[in-house]
Write a protein that binds this ligand. Structure first.
Ligand code: VGL
Ligand code: ZN
Length: 198
């Protein structure tokens, strides 16, 4: 079975200086570029929200970033405004080698639903098309890297495992937000799903 590398959300807003900066988020870029050479298929995901997206604290009166709210699909963390479509913050990190990407999957475009995973939106129902893209290419194993380990990488990895892919997360090429021990919680969930963390 063929392998694919999935590079999650290596975008300016998730790097130091960005709107939702992940500590050391920029330090994984050169390692990811080098790893691309080992894969025939490379997919990049790009968080791509319309202005006023429902995951932004600023879209909810009286709410602050990192508060929780109940959405129709379940609990949701509220974030600073980030990765707004067409903004510099939504661009890939300038050093990321985007020339190797077979596909770029954009997510979080529905104003009413957040999307951490590259496969399914947070309602756990609406597909992005990534599953079909990979399966049509005969890909059975996916390796994930990127930002952030405990949100978009974790949810992409769990969906990939649920959809029948063998999944490896290269934790050395990921960095975490770590809100309320979310990194340890994510690691436990990934272990329980049979995902290899290396
Ligand atoms: C992400 C929070 C909000 C991520 C995206 O890429 O991990 N986190 N949107
Ligand atoms: Zn987002």
């Amino acid at each position: 079975m063929a392998n694919a590398l999935i590079v999650i959300d290596v975008q300016n807003d998730f790097c130091p200086g960005g709107a939702l900066a992940v500590p050391e988020g920029d330090q994984i870029v050169s390692g990811i570029n080098a790893l691309m050479a080992e894969f025939d298929t490379v997919v990049l995901t790009q968080d791509w929200h319309p202005a006023g997206h429902s995951s932004f604290a600023s879209s909810h009166q009286g709410k602050s970033p990192y508060d929780m709210i109940d959405m129709p699909y379940g609990p949701q963390v509220l974030w600073p405004e980030h990765c707004v479509q067409g903004s510099a913050g939504a661009d890939f990190h300038a050093q990321l080698d985007t020339s190797r990407a077979n596909a770029i999957i954009r997510k979080g475009m529905n104003p009413a639903i957040d999307s951490y995973s590259g496969f399914l939106e947070n309602d756990q129902k609406t597909p992005t098309g990534l599953e079909g893209f990979l399966k049509k290419l005969g890909i059975g194993h996916v390796t994930l890297v990127g930002l952030a380990t405990d949100f978009c990488v974790q949810f992409s990895a769990l969906d990939a495992a649920r959809l029948g892919f063998d999944v490896t997360v290269r934790e050395d090429l990921c960095r975490a937000i770590d809100l309320n021990r979310s990194l340890a919680t994510a690691q436990k969930a990934m272990d329980a799903a049979g995902i290899s963390r290396i």
